[in-house]
Design a protein around this ligand. Structure first.
Ligand code: FE2
Length: 200
């Protein structure tokens, strides 16, 4: 049985030892891990308390698990601050969409054009390129996804777009307050104020 610990060790080692080759290699480990139904057993408590937790977090690597509340539409497209990402679905069905800015370089709201959207059922994988703008959501409560990034996403500066309130934040370092925003009812303008106060 491929344990959670072995999975984490393999991913961290792959990213540290061979950054060029690591994205594909990590996806192979993720596919192997998803075959273990007990993979997240040690994390049940974190899963009940939060919409995300880290299986690993280092300056050069993050392994996150996301637990979704059902929602109909994407609201927060974002990028990964130049890190690549690998996604795999562990339970349920996740939706993903890709976007591009309509007017890149605009101050304020650049506009977002949706390019494509698709459903990812159990076992489905997707590689995300650095700086690719995307959103993830699920219309099924309890959908679980595992994501691997070649950097500490929660300490990075990246872009997040609020589609409902037409707000774009380009220097948001963290997204932990999303839990209190909910998936569709939040207001990024509020988040911006709090985050900026925290950063300076
Ligand atoms: Fe993402």
């Amino acid at each position: 049985m491929y344990t959670a610990q072995a999975f984490v060790e393999d991913v961290v080692r792959a990213i540290r030892s061979d950054p060029q080759d690591a994205q594909g290699k990590c996806l192979e480990y993720m596919q192997q891990a998803v075959g273990n139904p007990d993979l997240l057993q040690d994390y049940q408590e974190q899963l009940s308390n939060s919409w995300e937790f880290h299986m690993a977090r280092t300056p050069e690597c993050a392994i996150k698990v996301f637990k979704f509340k059902a929602t109909e539409k994407p609201n927060y497209p974002h990028d990964h601050a130049g890190f690549w990402g690998d996604y795999i679905i562990f339970r349920g069905v996740m939706e993903m969409a890709f976007f591009e800015e309509e007017n890149p370089g605009t101050e304020g709201w650049p506009g977002l054009r949706e390019l494509t959207r698709f459903s990812m059922p159990f076992g489905a994988t997707r590689k995300i390129r650095p700086d690719q703008i995307h959103a993830v959501w699920s219309n099924q409560d309890g959908t679980l996804a595992i994501a691997v990034y070649n950097g500490d996403l929660n300490s990075s500066r990246r872009r997040i777009y609020d589609l409902v309130n037409k707000v774009c934040i380009r220097d948001l370092s963290q997204w932990q307050t999303r839990e209190t925003l909910g998936h569709s009812g939040g207001d990024l303008r509020q988040l911006k104020k709090e985050e900026i106060r925290g950063e300076r």
